[in-house]
Design a protein around this ligand. Sequence first.
Ligand SMILES: [Zn+2]
Ligand SMILES: [Zn+2]
Length: 394
Amino acid sequence: MPTTTKQDYYEQLGVPRKVAVKELRAAYRKLARKYHPDLNPGDKSAEEKFKQIQEAYDTLSDPKKRQMYDQFGFNIPGQGGAPPGGGHGQVSPEDIHFDFGGFDFGGQGNSAGGAAGNASFRDLFSQFFRGANAAQAGAAGQGREPGNDLEYQIDITFGEAMHGTVKKLSFTRLDTCNVCHGAGVAPGDEQTCPTCKGSGQVTQVSGKMRFQITCSRCGGSGKLRAICRNCGGDGRVQRVDNLDVRIPPGAQTGSRVRVAGRGNAGTHGGPPGDLYIITKVEPHPFFERRGDDLYTVVPITVTEASLGAKVEVPTIDGRAQVRIPPATDSGKKLRLREKGAPSVRNGGKRGDQIVEVQVVVPKPEDERVRNLLKELSKIDPEDPRREIFARATV
Ligand SMILES: [Zn+2]
Ligand SMILES: [Zn+2]
């Protein structure tokens, strides 16, 4: 029967009570590697610590067990022992019956005392909920999990986004360990687990009751192998990967390119995740992208606006001519068909370039210009405000 130190499961793993599953697993793996018996041969205290960590993780990684533990701690009525840390109040036998699916605790009258009582409860615990998570308890971890997706951002210039480019990406990912090929165990022969002698089950005695529980050392497989030192048993190692990323013409900020299978490797043969490359396009001082259209503001003179003109404007393909119709007001938007951004979704079909004209008012310093403008106002005494009074009636 294990000696019970009664340390809180959360404390054993060094995690807060609200810990998320992911952090919980990370904390467990770190400690399990540190205290693994194969890495600490002959060290009894490490072995004991390893068992405790496994037991704590076994409980907290199972949502049902964790809920039970959060509610009851190690404590059950009639068996002595105090609730851990925060205390969880009184528990009525009905609650226990409900959660254990009708198992009868009645009339045990166990006099084994606090420590033994706790131990028996823990044994029941692992017995009742053994199964789904049992494999994870294996020393080398037999959990087959898919690898995470990875996301990397690539910064590109506006020009690169318009014309497309190839960027070199250097990124870190977890790759399958090339020593153990992802198994997490050192190459070589399997050994029979000395704890359960290969049966995968161990017997524990609590008072008058005997329980068969899954061997925590081998996770029920009955076999042990030394964990791989290259990857610490995870089956994966960090590696810097290089990739030429082809950015298609028309890429926008937030465009995602998926590279299948280049995310983190899975554990123990699980499939790899994908790599997502997200583009971020530098803003351009002249061209502003809206959808696949490019907005531009182009200054014109009063004369050009009034009489009409052909003016040259910049486009992403170079200069282009725009015809300003006579009597063009400031703010008018002219459209240059298919001079906008290539559409990634639409097979490279181009948007339009919008030219918003901005009439630049002459600021005459020359006396002759001033006189000409005065003469103009005499010849053509238009009142641009006449019409607004009719509209502004309140
Ligand atoms: Zn390895
Ligand atoms: Zn075993």
